[in-house]
Design a protein around this ligand. Structure first.
Ligand code: SF4
Ligand code: SF4
Length: 200
């Protein structure tokens, strides 16, 4: 008799424990249903890079004066500026320019210090290649216009999840013009200008 009672007691105890563990597991599942998604259906969906994203560098050949400032400020002296001195006009003449993105650390120093603004950082991040030598971009490759996620008809652009409006967890069907949390740089600037005007 006691043995049967003991078996019933053990069975009830184990059932209770099993129910408890299932409940714990499901609580994690239900908790995730309220969280923002972390996956993107790449390559059909792509995140829109943030405004100050440092991607592939764009170079404008005609603006470059071959001053080599970009080489001097680069932590690894990476840009290769190939120039000749044109005796007729007594000026440097740029022949070739290249940056090896297999080595570049995308620090943006060259872009920051270039006196003629012929370098700029784009939002292009898909640089994968089977051959590392293909990452050495010459002035033609560097001069290609940047690729934009928002202009690719085959891709659904998604706003960065961290930039979703407050309380929004679904990035796919955001109404047009919905505002991310926090202020945009131009809004901050407008506020600062207004404050300065009030002081004066
Ligand atoms: S981004 Fe930085 S590492 Fe790359 S070329 Fe410019 S200065 Fe050099
Ligand atoms: S700093 Fe600008 S202008 Fe000077 S060599 Fe580099 S890319 Fe050309």
């Amino acid at each position: 008799m006691f043995k049967v009672l003991k078996q019933v007691q053990d069975y009830a105890k184990e059932s209770f424990q099993a129910a408890k563990f299932i409940g714990q597991g499901l609580s994690v599942t239900f908790d995730h249903m309220r969280r923002r998604p972390v996956t993107v259906q790449y390559p059909y969906e792509k995140l829109i890079p943030s405004e100050r994203y440092r991607g592939r560098i764009h170079f404008e050949f005609d603006k470059c004066i071959a001053c080599e400032v970009c080489v001097r400020v680069c932590p690894i002296n990476l840009p290769v500026v190939d120039w000749n001195f044109d005796k007729k006009v007594k000026k440097k003449k740029l022949d070739h320019y290249s940056i090896d993105f297999g080595v570049c650390i995308f620090c943006g120093n060259c872009v920051e210090y270039c006196p003629t603004n012929c370098l700029s950082m784009t939002e292009e991040y898909e640089l994968a290649s089977y051959d590392r030598h293909e990452l050495n971009y010459d002035n033609v490759a560097l001069g290609r216009l940047p690729y934009k996620v928002t202009q690719d008809p085959a891709v659904t652009p998604l706003r960065e999840f961290a930039y979703l409006p407050k309380g929004e967890v679904e990035p796919h069907d955001l109404p047009a013009g919905s505002q991310r949390p926090g202020k945009r740089p131009e809004e901050i600037l407008a506020t600062m200008t207004k404050e300065e005007e009030t002081k004066e």
